[in-house]
Design a binder for this molecule. Structure first.
Ligand code: MG
Length: 158
């Protein structure tokens, strides 16, 4: 069996009055992510991990933020397009592991829905999708509630 790994990382700033989407799920919050798309920083990191495993560049190359087609787009559509590239080359997802660093709100209640939503797009079971959330103990830009950062590790196989 052939396997490859990829890493992804993304950051988005938080601002008042915007919707918050993470891992394909709408999170009740008075603040959301500043972005050209819906700002789903978790999906963006995951897309970059998958593209990295394929050595196909990054999400900015495939979905430029200068392109009006991607204005406000549901990031689940971007992940579907990345998965089409994965499948075209004969690969399937083995597992993915995400770390979301966000000070507030608490994400624990939403993690099962994120895992299920991502698993269905990735074509795997929820037990192949790990989503972990952490605060940064009020340190740094995450701790000051200025933004969110996400790291993704993916393994693909054929
Ligand atoms: Mg992004």
């Amino acid at each position: 069996m052939d396997v490859r790994i990829g890493n992804g990382y993304d950051v988005h700033a938080l601002a008042d009055g915007l919707p918050m989407f993470l891992g394909g799920v709408a999170i009740p919050s008075e603040r959301g992510f500043v972005a050209h798309s819906d700002g789903d920083v978790a999906i963006h990191a995951l897309c970059d991990g998958l593209l990295g495993a394929l050595a196909l560049g990054d999400i900015g190359k495939h979905f430029p933020d200068s392109d009006p087609r991607y204005k406000g787009i549901d990031s689940k559509r971007l992940l579907e397009q990345v998965m089409a590239l994965v499948r075209e080359q004969g690969w399937a997802v083995g597992n993915v592991d995400l770390i979301i660093a966000l000070q507030a709100p608490k994400l624990a209640p939403h993690i099962p829905a994120m895992r299920q939503t991502l698993a269905s797009i990735l074509g795997v079971e929820a037990d192949q999708v790990s989503v972990k959330a952490t605060t940064t103990e009020r340190l740094g830009f995450v701790g000051r509630e200025e933004g969110c950062e996400v790291w993704a590790t993916v393994l693909i196989k054929k």
